[in-house]
Design a protein around this ligand. Structure first.
Ligand code: 6R9
Length: 650
């Protein structure tokens, strides 16, 4: 949720930055007339438009005949076609790009590797053959729990080569979170590492895996990469060294030609209930849009050195660290560690060292750098940059301006890209050679994307007013289902207005039709660009022996965008204390991961509830933010509870 001040500043934002003339002249999409032409084409004949894009973007082993089969809310795209995503990322660029760096890697301790397209292809094929030797076949699920090292990309590509479905779990997630996801996905083989480097310390991935394996997961084999330790494996027949698995494997492996709709990956994301959803994406539609949007939105050219700072554990890492850039044959930078390790200038040193031309990062990082001042930036030559991107949460105009002026030297267009795990690819964004930008606005939907702001009855809200963001027509990279729970797919995404995809975000347009995202309208919060369900944190808290009830809400935070505030009532016989606050915070970190640790815990005698017993989170949001509630309290069961919560505030 944006705070009031921010909304005011966004509403009065009037600065407009047209694309720099020189940038436009060379861009893939030049000027708003180009954008409008594509938009009109897509509008006139969507099937023709998307069909052409799919033929241009991908190599097809067998062509498709049907562009779209839409039985709301289920879509099948490019139906009869067959392709392979790894072939599209690697083989089709060989031999031309054989010696070109595909990945430039830098580990947190400073180790570096440059991996060419030729080498990457060999590594992928060897691992694919290794996985085959473990019995992995088309359709099997493979878990990936790795640090941001090149092997994470190799693992994803090896799965896609075999038609195996990968499910990456962010390395910052706990043993419990890992176990839950692996079990839900029915993972057969898990690819992991002994550890990874973060803030000068080791993230104990292997320890977490071992803890996860003490519960039922169904995992048959665990393949362990040596990254931080001495290569010693845990005892038992389940564990296998990565090196041993790939050693002696052939570096050719025939790609499995899969149907367009063959599942590509499952990625867990937070929703408004306690259980994370396994968002399932299929192959061709996803691949086509990842490829197309990377080229259009970042205006890619082959000599670009492109750096998206996301972790592969998030969807941004899937679409814009691995698949999008590799399909386009550019060089993608991978950095393992924390942005300020060992010093506040690490990002800028990386940009200077590799002559990064495109940087794609998150507002929370930009705000953190802003706090550190311009000094660390000025120590480095950032003149290689030509384009800047932002993703993950609304970017406040102040951070946008700092990004543009200080990082981009005032010459680089800024693209604020709105999308979600579920959308697979960027949906609303400027096209840098075409769209005049406004600080804080994601501007317009891409051609063919029907992102619309509606009220609860499905009526379009007038310009200047807020409403709910829907996507009213299917698009190729839309999620296909919630893995193992098809009803939840319909209920979560297509029930607000039948047949139309509900994003969970609020938005408005301004007088010029620009889209401004206003944050989540459900019980999902965005903490430092990480998406969390408040219900997940609540269920972690109530799992603690001393907790009776918990309600978790977001509070606006200058740095993280949103901070987590937990209201907790204790079971009889337990007294509130600072030590208990610490214990509860640590408990949440253990259950979910450090990203879910509440920023503030408040003990309460009771929580405000409706007569039907629902916790009134919107009231708690006001209390957490220190606002005097103007909200309707007529259904509040016990007004004294609210008064007591407020008192605790003082
Ligand atoms: C790609 C990604 C999705 C949620 C989304 C929205 C927020 C993402 C944004 C943005 C405003 C942007 N979000 N990009 N809000 N402006 N440019 O982040 O996916 O982790 O699934 O999060 O993030 O609230 O609904 P995911």
């Amino acid at each position: 949720m944006a705070d009031t001040q921010e909304i005011v500043s966004v509403l009065t934002e009037s600065r407009v930055f047209p694309p720099p003339e020189q940038f436009s002249q060379r861009a893939h999409i030049r000027g708003m007339q180009d954008y409008q032409r594509l938009w009109d084409e897509a509008e006139k004949d969507p099937q023709k438009y998307w069909g052409e894009r799919a033929r241009e973007e991908l190599f097809w082993k067998e062509p498709f005949q049907t562009v779209l089969d839409w039985k709301p809310p289920h879509a099948r795209w490019f139906v009869e076609g067959k392709t392979n995503l790894t072939y599209n990322c690697l083989d089709r660029h060989l031999p031309r790009l054989k010696d070109k760096p595909a990945i430039l890697f830098e580990g947190e301790p400073g180790d570096r590797r440059s991996i060419t397209y030729g080498e990457l292809s060999q590594q992928v094929n060897r691992l694919a053959n290794g996985l085959k030797s473990l019995g992995v076949k088309k359709g099997d699920r493979v878990g990936i729990y790795l640090p941001m090292v090149p092997e994470a990309a190799v693992a994803m590509l090896a799965c896609a080569r075999l038609g195996a479905v990968h499910s990456v779990v962010f390395g910052g997630f706990s043993a419990e979170a890992l176990q839950e996801r692996m079990k839900d996905a029915g993972v057969k083989v898990l690819l992991t590492a002994d550890g990874g480097w973060r803030k000068g310390a080791v993230v104990p991935l292997m320890k977490n895996v071992e803890a996860a394996l003490t519960h039922a997961t169904g995992i048959e084999k665990v393949v362990v990469l040596t990254r931080t330790g001495d290569g010693k494996l845990p005892a038992g027949p389940k564990f296998l060294a990565w090196d041993a698995l790939v050693k002696g494997q052939s570096d050719t492996c025939e790609p499995e030609w899969v149907e367009s709709e063959h599942p590509l990956f499952i990625l867990y994301t937070s929703g408004s209930t306690g259980k994370p959803k396994g968002v399932l994406h299929s192959t061709a539609g996803y691949a086509m849009m990842a490829s197309l949007t990377t080229r259009w939105v970042f205006d890619l050219r082959e000599d670009d050195v492109y750096w998206c700072t996301a972790d592969v554990g998030w969807v941004t890492g899937h679409s814009y660290v691995v698949y999008g850039p590799l399909m386009n044959g550019v060089t993608t930078v991978l950095y393992e560690g924390a942005p300020t390790q060992p010093g506040p200038d690490r990002f800028w040193a990386i940009i200077e060292r590799y002559k990064v031309s495109i940087l794609y990062t998150a507002p929370t990082a930009i705000r953190a750098f802003m706090r550190l001042g311009d000094g660390p930036v000025k120590q480095h030559d950032l003149s290689s940059l030509r384009l800047l991107g932002s993703v993950g949460e609304p970017i406040n105009p102040e951070a946008w301006m700092w990004y543009r002026d200080v990082i981009g030297g005032g010459r680089c267009p800024v693209v604020d890209t709105w999308w979600q795990t579920e959308t697979g690819a960027i949906m609303i964004s400027p096209l840098p050679g075409a769209t005049p930008t406004k600080p804080g606005s994601a501007t317009f939907p891409l051609p063919g994307i029907h992102a619309e702001i509606l009220d609860r009855d499905g009526k379009r809200v007038p310009r200047g007013q807020g409403g709910l963001l829907f996507v009213t027509k299917p698009w190729p990279s839309m999620l296909r289902t919630v893995y193992g729970d098809p009803e939840r797919y319909v209920k979560t995404y297509f029930s607000e207005l039948p047949g139309m995809y509900f994003t969970g975000d609020g938005a408005r347009t301004d007088a010029d039709g620009y889209v401004w995202l206003m944050g989540r309208v459900d019980d999902v919060v965005n903490v430092a660009g990480h998406r969390l369900g408040t219900a997940e944190v609540e269920s972690a808290l109530v799992a603690h022996a001393k907790v009776a009830e918990a309600a978790v809400v977001g509070r606006p935070d200058d740095l993280k965008g949103t901070a987590l505030v937990a209201f907790v009532t204790l079971k009889h016989g337990n007294a509130p204390s600072d030590a208990l606050k610490k214990e509860l915070a640590a408990h949440v970190a253990k259950e979910i991961g450090a990203i879910a640790r509440p920023d503030e815990i408040r003990f309460a005698e009771g929580l405000p509830k409706t007569r039907s017993g629902k916790i009134m989170r919107r009231l708690l949001r006001d209390v957490a933010a220190g606002n005097h509630s103007t909200q309707d309290t007529t259904t509040l069961e016990d007004l004294n509870v609210l008064a007591a919560l407020r008192q605790n505030d003082e």
